[in-house]
Design a protein around this ligand. Structure first.
Ligand code: CA
Length: 234
């Protein structure tokens, strides 16, 4: 999951950035309104954390422009404490949620998880795909109840595909949301990652759609269905 974090106060910015990174997100930062608007307008993010008081262009204006241009990613605004006018203005401008400063980092993380979930149509903190379950709160993936030890990239890959279950995700989109900016767009890193994940989890979860990308189908047999255990004789 790729987050755009917009905040002009360096200390707060770094604190949020650290917290979100340790929760497995790819975090892109911006401290300037104009730059933030441009990035949100031209790049794809799974959610945005947006401070309202910013140099160059304020948060409300940025949000209004995004929405007017049809950019619909979930946006959580950071508002001044006690300023109900800011909150009303923000929600009217198209914010999906708000958090008054100062806030507890755990609350920011919980609200962000909920926003990302809702934007992909999931209402629960635990998402299920066949025998595989993803606990978004604890960043854990388990198969038939047993936790799988995954690297952060492997976790991001499964998490992104489960959040978009039933839809074919292109290799380019996966590269963007699993690796962020720090990788060549045409590299085959995703292919390598998918095959590593397949070996590790040993269940048929990720399906290749040749020429298009990858998908986790909607109709995988659930954990209670009778599944052949491929790991027994491995
Ligand atoms: Ca500010």
């Amino acid at each position: 999951m790729r987050i755009l974090l917009v905040e002009d106060e360096e200390k707060i910015l770094r604190r949020i950035e650290r917290a979100l990174k340790s929760s497995g997100y790819i975090v892109e930062i911006s401290g300037d309104g104009e730059d933030a608007w441009f990035r949100g307008d031209t790049e794809n993010f799974d959610a945005v954390v947006l401070d309202l008081g910013l140099p160059q262009m304020d948060g409300i204006q940025i949000l209004k422009r995004w929405r007017a241009a049809g950019r619909l990613m979930p946006v959580l605004i950071l508002t001044a404490r006690g300023s109900w006018m800011e909150r009303v203005e923000g929600i009217d401008a198209g914010a999906d949620d708000y958090l008054p400063k100062p806030f507890q980092m755990e609350e920011l993380k919980a609200r962000l998880r909920a926003l990302v979930r809702r934007s992909t149509g999931a209402a629960q903190t635990i998402l299920q795909a066949g025998p595989v379950s993803l606990d978004t709160r604890q960043m854990l993936i388990s198969i038939d109840g047993a936790t799988i030890d995954l690297s952060i990239l492997e976790y991001r890959l499964i998490s992104y595909l489960i959040h978009h279950k039933g839809r074919v995700v292109t290799q380019l989109e996966l590269t963007e949301h699993v690796y962020g900016e720090d990788i060549e767009r045409d590299s085959n890193a995703v292919e390598v990652l998918v095959s590593r994940v397949r070996k590790k989890i040993k269940v048929d979860l990720i399906v290749t759609r040749r020429g298009y990308g990858y998908t986790i189908p909607d109709d995988l047999p659930g954990p209670d269905d009778d599944m052949p255990d491929s790991s027994v004789n491995a």
